[in-house]
Design a protein around this ligand. Structure first.
Ligand code: SF4
Length: 253
């Protein structure tokens, strides 16, 4: 956390004292209108930098673990939101991993005070922070990634090994009520096997909504060996996952 210095008169002597600055968000992108990101709502999307994972199919690698470029001014963002009041219904927060931002709760409080609904995207690795936002009523909809089956999770996250416990805690938290949610898996040839689909769905058994998303090369993954599955293959994967969840959908085909 940074500090501002304030010059004061103290027993007749001038001195500077440090005042803790409120944490600000590191906003590195703004999509001013989306009709897709927040189900059933018109919204804008805020992009935050930084992620603890290294998914080989990352849709936003520069933002997540490269050079995100200069941050946007938070005050300018709130001016934008003030102008859109009555036109937009919600604000989507995506990344990177937004829960890494220490300033997120304050930021969301301000967004909510202006009357906006909040949708949060997360990889599910920070259940305590997610729980705090839900308890404080700062989110209305959470979209959590299920990267793969338990055995395929580390590969999909670009890690050698990983502890599934935080992911399981986030799943339990969302399925425990308190906020609308969806789970989603971006399905990638070169990362996922057909057998991962049912195992991934079993992780969220009984979930209200699960979406399989077709992989799209964001433009910088040529030569990586990753590619999309066909519409028919995606349909087959959905059939494999369907017995475990209440509703399943396919996106992108
Ligand atoms: S969790 Fe999301 S932002 Fe982070 S590396 Fe994976 S795809 Fe990229």
């Amino acid at each position: 956390m940074g500090y501002n210095h304030v010059n004061i008169l103290y027993f007749g002597k001038r001195c500077e004292i440090p005042i803790r600055k409120a944490e600000s968000m590191k906003i590195h992108g703004l999509q001013k209108l989306t009709l897709l990101d927040f189900p059933g709502r018109t919204a804008c999307t805020v992009f935050t930098a930084g992620c603890q994972l290294r998914c080989p199919f990352c849709h936003n690698a520069a933002l997540a673990f490269g050079d995100p470029g200069p941050a946007l001014d938070e005050a300018e963002f709130f001016k934008f939101l003030a102008k859109r009041q009555g036109l937009l219904e919600g604000v989507c927060i995506t990344g990177g991993e937004p829960l890494l931002q220490a300033g997120l709760p304050d930021f969301l409080s301000r967004v909510r005070e202006m009357g906006y609904l909040v949708k949060l995207d997360t990889n599910g690795f920070l259940p305590d922070r997610l729980a705090a936002l839900i308890e404080q009523g700062l989110v209305d909809y959470v979209a959590m990634d299920i990267k793969s089956s338990p055995q395929g999770h580390a590969k999909a996250c670009g890690l050698d090994t990983m502890d599934m416990q935080p992911v399981r805690e986030s799943i339990a938290l969302l399925m425990g009520g308190g906020v609308d949610y969806e789970f989603r898996t971006t399905v990638v040839r070169g990362i996922h096997e057909e057998s991962d689909m049912a195992e991934a769905a079993r992780l969220i058994e009984g979930a209200d909504r699960y979406f399989l998303q077709q992989y799209v090369d964001p433009g910088d993954q040529g030569g990586s060996g990753l590619s999309a599955f066909s519409a028919q293959e995606m349909q087959r994967f959905a059939e494999a996952a369907k017995p475990y969840v209440k509703n399943i959908g396919i996106r992108g085909v």
